[in-house]
Write a protein that binds this ligand. Structure first.
Ligand code: ZN
Length: 301
């Protein structure tokens, strides 16, 4: 298992599309404790780039809940909706390097002409050499290559993905003008000098795209640890889409205990009745990322 970088800079990056639920609490707890036990810096970033999904009041509610649970972030919270200029600069940079191009294909056209992979239609490069004018309604894509992107996840081990074969040239700015999540994350991690990403396993699939963008933009590469996902009794990921209930502000101690247990840290049963101060102290002293199970499981609290 590769060891984390020094000085360590990690982050928790929730999307304000709803309140914090148990699935996101797991990512918050693991990223926080991993940063703390490496004397690292821990940041919070609001991933509100997909503006259509933002829910009014959710960002404040998430921060309030984190505070209530005793999380302490080390620098000001950044919001992706305030960083469009930085994303535009990164896209321009990719154009200058000849790595980006405008694509006017509609979703319907893509479905008709492209093979479908596990991530949807594999973009066949239709617009690569068409040089569409800026005036046309378009998305912006990045050139991918036929070389696998490889990385070693601290928990999941060696990973690789051939972007060209599995996804095709992917979108960095959407047709509706919003920047793609993959681009925003990479630009933000660079700006915040994040070098350690601890997050849910559902984002493992995004990692190769993010590393590829880091390489294209000449950014430093982060190290990754993808956590198991909490599933509901139907075996679905806890998320806003599967109607995961928000975590109660009143149940901080039992919910933190439950998260530690889910993360394989074997907290003593008494801990759930302790003060938040003591729970965090115990957690920081006992955090061991080697104990995290690699397998996602049903949260059987
Ligand atoms: Zn196209």
């Amino acid at each position: 298992m590769p060891s984390p970088p020094i000085p360590y800079r990690g982050r928790f990056a929730p999307s304000p599309s709803g309140a914090l639920h148990f699935g996101s609490l797991i990512a918050a707890v693991a990223s926080y404790l991993d940063a703390r036990c490496h004397q690292g810096t821990w940041l919070v970033r609001m991933e509100d780039v997909d503006e259509g999904r933002n829910q009014a009041g959710a960002a404040d509610d998430i921060l309030f809940t984190l505070e209530h649970y005793g999380f302490e972030w080390d620098e000001a919270v950044i919001y992706q909706t305030q960083r469009k200029q930085a994303y535009a600069q990164a896209v321009n940079h990719l154009f200058e390097k000849g790595l980006a191009y405008r694509c006017t294909c509609s979703r319907r056209e893509l479905v008709a002409q492209a093979r479908t992979g596990s991530f949807g239609p594999i973009y066949p490069g239709t617009c690569r050499d068409k040089h569409h004018p800026v005036s046309a309604r378009h998305a912006i894509r990045i050139h991918t290559t036929d070389t696998p992107v490889e990385f070693t996840d601290r928990l999941m081990g060696h990973q690789q993905q051939n972007l060209q074969r599995e996804l095709g040239d992917f979108i960095i700015r959407r047709r509706d003008g919003f920047f793609a999540y993959q681009l925003a994350v990479v630009v933000d991690d660079e700006a915040q000098q994040v070098n350690q990403v601890v997050r849910g396993h559902d984002l493992l699939d995004s990692t190769a795209r993010q590393i590829y963008l880091q390489r294209c933009l000449g950014y430093a590469e982060s190290q990754y640890l993808h956590l198991p996902i909490a599933l509901n009794p139907d075996g679905e990921k806890l998320s806003k889409q599967t109607h995961a209930p928000p975590i109660s502000k009143k149940s901080a101690a039992p919910n933190l205990y439950r998260a530690l247990k889910f993360l394989g840290q074997q907290p003593p049963a008494d801990l759930q009745r302790d003060s938040l101060g003591y729970i965090w102290q115990w957690s920081a002293e006992n955090w061991d990322s080697n104990k995290i199970p690699a397998q996602s499981s049903i949260d059987e609290y």
